[in-house]
Design a protein around this ligand. Structure first.
Ligand SMILES: Cc1cc2nc3c(=O)[nH]c(=O)nc-3n(C[C@H](O)[C@H](O)[C@H](O)COP(=O)(O)OP(=O)(O)OC[C@H]3O[C@@H](n4cnc5c(N)ncnc54)[C@H](O)[C@@H]3O)c2cc1C
Length: 388
């Protein structure tokens, strides 16, 4: 198999992993197409952070300075009681990583870095995948059928690509016992580069500043076993959260009202994806779709960026021999992912601490992921065909 036979790559998902992969594939001489279910770029969302080698990848993409300029500059936050009184300080090291940005800002930056060279199809989704020896026949929910040499599922925790190529979600997604809702609101408390966090048994609520204190993001987290709900029904998600937090103190009543009115709203379970293999013939998974470590790992965006770099690099280095490339990609990523998934499970276990003492918080900061040794991932120099 040579490179001329493996050129076109369909990527499902245009968030972090998808555009990062498209960037590298284009630079290595492939022709990537991204199909994204959302009708437009998803600009809202929560803050994500980067650690270790992910910053190297951004540097190699020539995007490090841009991303540094987007840093939320988040400082330590305040732990508050039901009356709003601060009883401890939550060190930023626990939640802000080496560098923290809004996920929407990251997606926009990756989109801007690729849109001239990459075909983006918004508002559509893969409907079926049929592969043969020479390629993959893809049908879409809206667009006309097309054929690609390879298909990459970078479509997140609830990956359609994974469901079509590997089987139903229940086989692979492991719920970590936490549900999270996040929404945009005004910085009505007038906070400056900080946040307030309130906890109760099995529950936590917080508000953090965003975009140079002109906006804020609030979150509700609660412990629960698997809940049945329709993932498209936002009103139902808001009702679930409102029921869980009814009667709580601090700013919770106001935040529930804000949530009700919020346009940008996210709700999902905290979960991991566990799979024995990430590829099936010409179809391969990348980022959360294949190996989500859960928000409590603080490593998901790093995994997405590093996975994208390795997958594209291996396809180029093996001149499009996708079988060898997928094996090499998986061998390099596996130990890194395994360690992060362990971090994610540990983080979930200690997530709800009603009124933690300062001593405990300082101890957690000292053992925060960026201060803990994690399995290093080597980033080979794949020497792209085209200059940055
Ligand atoms: C609350 C929360 C906080 C987090 N905090 C951090 C953090 O601090 N640090 C960190 O490193 N990580 C964090 N993460 C994890 C991080 O957001 C993910 O690991 C990362 O975004 C994974 O990127 P991805 O591109 O693989 O998937 P996603 O970002 O989930 O993107 C998947 C994309 O696929 C699209 N899509 C879905 N279905 C389809 C379909 N059928 N067809 C086409 N497109 C589709 C979606 O619209 C989306 O754009 C957090 C996650 C959550 C939920």
């Amino acid at each position: 198999m040579n490179k001329t036979q493996t050129r076109t790559v369909l990527i499902s998902g245009g968030s972090v992993a998808g555009p990062a992969l498209a960037y590298w594939l284009h630079r290595h001489g492939f022709t990537p197409t991204i199909v994204e279910r959302a009708p437009r770029l998803r600009d809202g969302g929560y803050a994500v952070d980067f650690r270790g080698e992910a910053l190297d990848v951004l540097d190699r993409m020539g995007l490090l300075q841009q991303i540094e300029a987007l840093d939320t500059q988040m400082g330590d936050a305040a732990m508050v009681d039901a009356a709003g009184r601060q009883y401890a300080t939550l060190p930023a090291a626990i939640f802000a990583g080496d560098l923290e940005v809004l996920k929407g800002d990251l997606t926009r930056m990756l989109y801007e870095a690729t849109r001239k060279d990459v075909e983006y199809v918004f508002g559509d989704s893969i409907a079926s995948l049929n592969q043969d020896e020479n390629g993959v026949h893809v049908t879409f929910e809206r667009g006309a059928p097309r054929r690609f040499d390879l298909v990459v599922g970078a479509d997140g925790l609830h990956s359609r690509t994974r469901a079509l190529a590997f089987g139903p979600e229940e086989q692979y997604v492991r719920h970590l016992g936490i549900y999270t809702a996040i929404f945009n609101l005004d910085n009505y408390l007038g906070l400056k580069n900080t946040g307030h966090l309130y906890t109760a048994p099995g529950k936590a609520a917080n508000i953090f500043t965003a975009r140079a204190n002109t906006e804020a993001r609030a979150a509700f987290h609660f412990a629960a076993e698997h809940l049945e709900y329709d993932w498209r029904d936002t009103a139902a998600h808001k009702r679930i959260v409102a029921e869980r937090f009814a009667g709580e103190g601090w700013e919770v009543p106001r935040l529930l009202k804000e949530m009700d009115a919020a346009q940008e709203f996210f709700f999902d379970s905290n979960a991991q994806v566990e799979m024995d293999t990430w590829s099936a013939g010409r179809i391969v998974l990348l980022g959360d779709a294949g190996y989500c470590a859960g928000p409590t790992s603080g490593r998901g965006t790093s995994q997405a960026l590093i996975g994208a770099y390795l997958l594209a690099g291996e396809l180029a280095a093996r001149e499009g021999d996708h079988t060898a490339a997928f094996t090499a990609y998986e061998q390099q990523m596996r130990p890194y992912v395994t360690e992060h998934q362990a971090l994610g499970r540990e983080g979930a276990e200690r997530f709800f601490m009603p009124a933690p003492t300062q001593e405990i918080l300082d101890m957690l900061a000292a053992s925060a992921p960026e201060n803990t040794h994690t399995e290093p991932v080597r980033l080979p120099d794949y020497t792209p065909a085209t200059a940055a």
